[in-house]
Ligand binder design. Structure first.
Ligand SMILES: NC(=O)C1=CN([C@@H]2O[C@H](COP(=O)(O)OP(=O)(O)OC[C@H]3O[C@@H](n4cnc5c(N)ncnc54)[C@H](O)[C@@H]3O)[C@@H](O)[C@H]2O)C=CC1
Ligand SMILES: CC(=O)C(=O)O
Length: 312
């Protein structure tokens, strides 16, 4: 019996989009369609062909194609939106809202003309507000539209903790809540190293420095690169979420999800712990928070709300 292969469309063939497409193909999560604007059609086709030519060497059977025609995305199971502008030094994610909302709206409209029930994962920044734009434009149920921030932010925290303690990253777990901005809320109280609370392993002031580095982790890379923003870790984060959904893994991962009362917020997208499976966001977990954590999350939600109020 042969199973139908999944189809994954990646919109935006820039740094994050093309890296994501290659990782998806390497993991054989489905056939991958890489999409960019008509002016970039040849480079998009070229990148896709280059990836496909790696298939015999890497031994993957996922087919990768490049296009600017949304007809080629027809019947996608999963769509990943990376299209838009990335941060330059001195720019905040929030500066991107005006430019990127037009992009996300238009690509979502095109996607929905050709796929009736895809799951959409948004990466484009400011991701909390852009996920809301995709949700509204798509008309899909809230569980089918989500955004990526927490897997990346948590990975950064985990990497810094592993480095600090000189232990394997595999043994470090964590949770970053809130918006994908400098107000994000890394929850050290829910972070463990091999089951041992991280707060008992790293002195408070040092842990606070790690938390702060996590909060500005995106900016650290922007400053080092000089002409763009992070893409290897963001692509890896997208692929972890995609795998959870495509394979119905029922992973518990942070995602930008639509809140209707959870954590006391109504009608906004925010980073929270979720259960990711075949139906997208299958559940939102509400953690017990201290008063300080609640206040930090509220501040983060306020910053997302102020971005949302800038949407047309
Ligand atoms: N949420 C997160 O954790 C992260 C978010 N990002 C965001 O993802 C976005 C993409 O970042 P990069 O890939 O580094 O940027 P990039 O500039 O390398 O790629 C963006 C691509 O989008 C394409 N594009 C623009 N308008 C389009 C349209 N209407 N239709 C199709 N394609 C279109 C561009 O031609 C370009 O190829 C940025 O907004 C960035 O801030 C990036 C990393 C992490
Ligand atoms: C680009 C971005 O949002 C990040 O690296 O966190």
């Amino acid at each position: 019996m042969s199973l139908k292969r999944k189809k994954i469309s990646v919109i935006g063939a820039g740094f994050t989009g093309s890296t994501t497409a290659f990782l998806l193909a390497q993991k054989e999560l489905g056939d991958v369609v890489l999409v960019d604007i008509p002016e970039a059609e040849n480079p998009t086709k070229g990148k896709a062909l280059d990836m496909w030519e790696a298939a015999p060497i890497q031994g993957f059977d996922s087919y990768v194609t490049g296009t600017s025609d949304y007809k080629d995305t027809a019947d996608s199971d999963l769509v990943i939106i990376t299209a838009g502008v990335a941060r330059k030094p001195g720019m905040s994610r929030d500066d991107l809202v005006q430019i990127n909302q037009k992009v996300v709206k238009s690509v979502t409209k095109e996607i929905m003309k050709h796929s009736s029930n895809p799951t959409i994962i948004v990466l484009t920044n400011p991701v909390d507000a852009m996920t809301y734009v995709a949700y509204k434009e798509s008309g899909l149920p809230k569980n089918k539209v989500l955004g990526q921030s927490g897997v990346l932010d948590t990975a950064r925290f985990r990497a810094f903790v592993a480095e600090e303690l000189n232990v394997s990253v595999k043994d470090v777990s964590g949770f970053v809540l809130g918006g994908h901005g400098d107000t994000m809320v890394p929850l050290t109280r829910y972070s463990y190293v091999g089951g041992i609370p991280v707060e008992t392993l790293i002195p408070k002031d040092r842990l606070e420095q790690i938390v702060q580095r996590t909060r500005v982790g995106g900016g650290e890379i922007v400053n080092l690169l000089g002409n763009g923003s992070a893409y290897y870790a963001p692509a890896a984060a997208l692929v972890e979420m995609a795998e959870a959904i495509i394979k119905d893994q029922r992973r518990i991962l942070p995602a930008v999800a639509y809140l209707e009362g959870e954590y006391g917020f109504e009608g906004i997208y925010l980073g929270v712990p979720t259960l990711l499976g075949a139906n997208g966001v299958e559940k939102i977990f509400e953690l017990d928070l201290t008063e300080d954590e609640k206040a930090a999350l509220k501040k983060s939600a306020e910053s997302v709300k102020s971005l949302m109020s800038a949407l047309n």
